[in-house]
Design a protein around this ligand. Sequence first.
Ligand SMILES: Nc1ncnc2c1ncn2[C@@H]1O[C@H](COP(=O)(O)OP(=O)(O)OP(=O)(O)O)[C@@H](O)[C@H]1O
Ligand SMILES: [Mg+2]
Length: 262
Amino acid sequence: MGKVIAIANQKGGVGKTTTSVNLSASLAAMNKKVLLIDYDPQASTTTSLGIHRQSLKNTIEKVVIGDANIKKSAVHVKDMSLDIIPTTIELSHLGMKVRSTELDEMYILRQRIEDIKNDYDYILIDCPPSLGFLTLSALHASDSVLVPVQCQYLAIDGLTQLLNTVHSVQKNLKVNHYQLSIEGVLITMLDKRSKAGWQIVHELKEYFQDGVFDTIITTNVAVQNAPTYGIPVTKYAPKSVASKLYKSLAKEIIKRNATQKV
Ligand SMILES: Nc1ncnc2c1ncn2[C@@H]1O[C@H](COP(=O)(O)OP(=O)(O)OP(=O)(O)O)[C@@H](O)[C@H]1O
Ligand SMILES: [Mg+2]
């Protein structure tokens, strides 16, 4: 049974998509079967993996509204044990569309993923920068949430809101005997030369204790360039520091989950 991890933070530009793409690729490189769901209408994950809008048949939006089968919608990413369910801007209307159906809207994504869970070791969901319907339904579909936090001034700001949301989803899920845990807080875009940056790392570790991953993603040009070529940094620059950091993150996650059946 695959583990479903939502990559979420309502703050924009903190590294959700970069984490989703490169963590998925790193887990895949470690012989895990991985599915990445692009659940952000900006479709950055879809384009970062070289999938063009023109070539899309099925999307996560069609899957959720019932117009496409989830198994048939997973697109294989070349040369990797990685599949992706892509998206388009159409996903932004999903909330309105599902509200007009009879189904319990928050659980539709969960129900769809249920059909494919056995086919993968990890299923990652890249969430949009909001705490609206998309992120909420992703949290209702997940076993855990990974929170990327950009290493900058006021990093902790806004996290309380996210954690409150996670707690209320946990309560909802409990009623149905489901659980949502916090996979961890991932510090991203640390400028290693910045004293202020290390101070923020210190503050985040003090605040979240063991909840912070040991791996810290530093700023790296290769990370920024890789999406232009439609490949993860692990393929674009396999020997780069960034590539090693995402592998180290993948190892941490595999280790953290070793006691659970994934
Ligand atoms: N380690 C890094 N070093 C340098 N640049 C980075 C790094 N990680 C991410 N970036 C850049 O920061 C920007 C934001 O990253 P990303 O798109 O992953 O954030 P996001 O949280 O998904 O954004 P959004 O909220 O809009 O979905 C991108 O231009 C990305 O290339
Ligand atoms: Mg994004």
